[in-house]
Each structure stands twice: as structure tokens, then as C-alpha cells.
Write a protein that binds this ligand. Structure first.
Ligand code: ADP
Length: 263
């Protein structure tokens, strides 16, 4: 039917607050016997008419390495998005909390999980646009899943959406995104290289002592993030491949899955 993605209010129970993000509060909840995370969308933060259209597309995206969108409540204010619940929270916090205690096998597994989720998005011709450890979540059994795909398109804040803005994720962005806002699966691949760097640095922020302007200058000079101490050579080579200047010289996610599986 026309509103099959609409969550019926009687089926949704809201619980306690578990976080807050770009669009507002995130609550724990229950929907059809399942534990869920509910994002309450502050109206002034999101272009919700456009989002309602896109929610249909996003709900059809379904993969074990993507945080599933179960549905939306548009017939209430604030609008709510209902997602699969991820018991172990955001990956960047998870990495920092376990610093010094993660095995290399675990780190490789995290990269492989995310490459699989991203290969699915790539095959669905869906661009993430903001892949980073902070936008991945960890399940009860420590699987890592990709979250927040495509959501930056609905953010109202210019500081976040313009490459000149103070909140734009320059440090994860490919050169063609910084220069021309040219997003593609290949610009997601660049971000995935930075994601792998975050994993093998146990949640450290990339270029943490440098400004955005300094980062752009060093990229223009052909410099890149350094090899993390814990990264195997084979994984570092993949990072460098993701950071090729020309998008067409970078690997696809399909190829990255294959390469990571054989490290
Ligand atoms: P946004 O990306 O909209 O800025 P986040 O997705 O980062 O907001 O959500 C903020 C916080 O809420 C996260 O850091 C995490 O702790 C929690 N959270 C978000 N989604 C989920 C989820 N599906 N399951 C469990 N916790 C979540």
C-alpha cells in the first residue's frame, strides 16, 4: 500500500534516551516485539518532505551489514525514524573504549563487515556520502554495520553540507568532493580508506592536530595519512589504493571485500 513504511503508533513504545545526533534525540523503543532505536527528527534540522520520498528507497535497502530502517512515523510531530537497535553503540566510541585490547583479527573483521555493507550499497547504486567510524554501529554480537547512509542530503545546516562549512567532514572526503561536491561510490571508497585508518588507530581522529585548510593543502601535495602501527602491510596498501587522486584508479567495494577476505 501507499503507506506501508508508516509505523503504526499502537505498535511503537518509546523508552529512555540513548543519544543525540544531527537531527535530534535518539530513544530506545520497542516495535513488533523488537528492540528499536527511534530518531526523533527536529523539524528545523531536516527537509522532511524530501526525506519522506527517500524513506521508501531507504527501506528497500536491506543487508545484514546495514543498520535496517524499519519505518517512519510521518503522521506525528516530531517525525520519527525507527531503526534496528545496535546494543554496542557507535563504532568510534567502541574502538576508543577498547584501546589496547582489540586483536588484529577483530579489526580486520570490522573492515570486512563495513566493506560488505558498502558493496551492497554500491550494487544498489546508493551513495553513502558520510562514511566514517562515527556513522557505523556495533551489534550485540559485535558485528559492525553501516548507518546513516544518504542522510546528509536532508540536513538543513549549511555548516555541515557545504564543503566550505565548519562541520563538513573534510578529513573523510575525496578531493573531487572537496573541490566539486562530486559524490560517487568511488568517493565513498576514499572515505572507506579513512575508515580503515580509524579502525587500525583504535578510534583516533584522522589528522587530529591539523585544520581543514592544512589537510586540503597536504592532500594537494600528494601526502596521505600514515600507516597505522597495527595495520598489516596488505591493509595499508588497500588504504593507499582507496586514496588514489583519480576516482577511477580506486578499487570498487566489491573488489575491497575480495581483497580484505584474503588478507
Ligand atoms: P546522527 O547521525 O543523526 O547525528 P547518530 O546516528 O550519531 O545521530 O545517533 C546519536 C547516538 O544515538 C549514537 O552515537 C548512538 O549512541 C545512538 N544510536 C543511534 N542509532 C542507534 C541504533 N540504531 N541503535 C543503538 N543506538 C543508536
Amino acid at each position: 500500500s501507499k503507506d506501508q513504511w508508516e509505523i503504526h503508533p499502537a505498535e511503537l513504545t518509546l523508552g529512555q534516551e540513548i543519544g543525540s545526533g544531527q537531527f535530534g534525540l535518539v530513544l530506545e523503543g520497542r516495535w513488533r516485539e523488537k528492540k528499536v532505536a527511534v530518531k526523533m527528527i527536529r523539524e528545523e534540522c531536516m527537509s522532511d518532505e524530501e526525506f519522506k520520498e527517500e524513506a521508501r528507497v531507504m527501506m528497500r535497502l536491506s543487508h545484514s551489514k546495514l543498520v535496517q530502517l524499519y519505518g517512519v512515523r510521518t503522521q506525528c510531530s516530531p517525525m520519527c525514524l525507527v531503526f534496528e537497535f545496535m546494543e554496542n553503540g557507535c563504532l568510534s566510541d567502541y574502538l576508543r573504549a577498547r584501546k589496547g585490547h582489540l586483536s588484529k583479527e577483530t579489526m580486520l573483521g570490522m573492515c570486512l563487515d563495513v566493506s560488505e555493507g558498502m558493496a551492497y550499497l554500491e550494487s544498489s547504486n546508493f551513495i553513502h556520502r558520510d562514511l566514517a567510524a562515527r556513522n557505523c554501529l556495533v551489534s550485540k554480537n559485535n558485528e559492525v554495520k553501516v548507518s546513516d547512509f544518504g542522510m546528509t542530503r536532508f540536513v538543513f545546516d549549511d555548516q555541515y553540507t557545504s564543503s566550505q562549512g565548519s562541520k563538513f567532514p573534510i578529513k573523510w572526503s575525496a578531493p573531487e568532493v572537496i573541490k566539486y561536491c562530486k559524490f560517487s561510490s568511488k568517493s565513498d571508497v576514499w572515505s572507506f580508506g579513512v575508515f580503515m585508518w580509524e579502525v587500525y588507530n583504535e578510534g583516533r581522529l584522522p589528522y587530529d592536530n591539523r585544520s581543514n585548510v592544512e589537510v586540503v593543502e597536504s592532500l594537494n601535495m600528494g601526502l596521505r595519512l600514515l600507516k597505522p602501527r597495527l595495520a598489516p602491510d596488505a591493509v595499508h596498501l588497500l588504504m593507499e589504493w582507496c586514496w588514489k587522486e583519480k576516482p577511477e584508479d580506486r578499487p570498487s567495494f566489491a573488489l575491497l571485500v575480495h581483497e580484505l577476505a584474503s588478507v
